[in-house]
Design a protein around this ligand. Sequence first.
Ligand SMILES: NC(=O)c1ccc[n+]([C@@H]2O[C@H](COP(=O)([O-])OP(=O)(O)OC[C@H]3O[C@@H](n4cnc5c(N)ncnc54)[C@H](OP(=O)(O)O)[C@@H]3O)[C@@H](O)[C@H]2O)c1
Length: 284
Amino acid sequence: MATRTLEPPHHGDSPVALATARTRQRRFLSPLNPPLRDWRGKSVWLVGASSGIGEATASALHALGATVTVSARNSAALQNFAQRHPGSHALVLDATDPVAVQAAAHAVLSRGPLDCVIYCAGYYHAMRAYGMDVPDMERHMEVNYTGALRVLQAVIPALLAQGHGHISLVGSVAGYRGLPQSLAYGPTKAALINLAETLYLDMRDKGIGVSLISPGFVQTPLTANNAFDMPALLSPAQAAQAMVKGWAQGRFDIHFPKRFTWWMQLLRLLPDRLFFALVRRATR
Ligand SMILES: NC(=O)c1ccc[n+]([C@@H]2O[C@H](COP(=O)([O-])OP(=O)(O)OC[C@H]3O[C@@H](n4cnc5c(N)ncnc54)[C@H](OP(=O)(O)O)[C@@H]3O)[C@@H](O)[C@H]2O)c1
């Protein structure tokens, strides 16, 4: 099989070979996604935007000029958002209902091209192996992962037909590796990470950007019951700003805050023996 290398150009190479090598180097070093800097007039659909990170992100994108559609189950919270953000749309949706997802996507797409879809819906209960609750684990999978699949299935044909657009999946650093209390939640986020990587490979050449959002700890209803000190805790508004910055830089994995998430990235690389020892020690 032929292999492609990124060797620096040699002085003796022909001008064509030099130009080709430089183009390859530029492509290799360029952002993984088309940077999203100008949100004015862009149509954005956020699923899971009645509170927390989703709501704050919808608000930040609205402030940058996007036309946002906010979805979740809590109708009153969505209506309240729409009233506070003129020009935005509230669209009630339970992401675990396949028919409702199709209908909601149809409503969003009927307004014109969709520039960005953000799957932010999330469900979290701490769980350990000695308190295993399979129905609750399935609920985690339904909301955090299968809901994303339903939204993707409903919008991807339209994005491909448009030839542009961006998909963001909100994962978590809890999906990087197994962590205590994360028996139900962690695997759903690990699945989302793998899904985002595979989507990227399939969609990038079709003109569609794909990014994975990997927050550390953010103060939201989801983490309100955590009985431990959350390191490097952010507000939802700070999380939203980090996402806006990551999109502007064309990143694939938009992780934040870096002072916490670089350590989590490092854990990914550790050999199992060292990883388990460190996590045991840190969470004893
Ligand atoms: N907070 C953190 O520290 C943290 C860290 C890493 C990753 N995350 C991820 O960030 C995302 C947002 O979470 P958050 O922290 O902002 O918590 P949150 O405020 O509880 O937001 C979760 C959102 O998901 C929606 N949702 C839940 N079930 C749904 C369903 N069946 N259908 C549609 N929407 C549903 C909720 O709205 P309704 O209840 O109105 O449906 C809400 O809008 C989640 O994916 C979470 O896993 C959070």
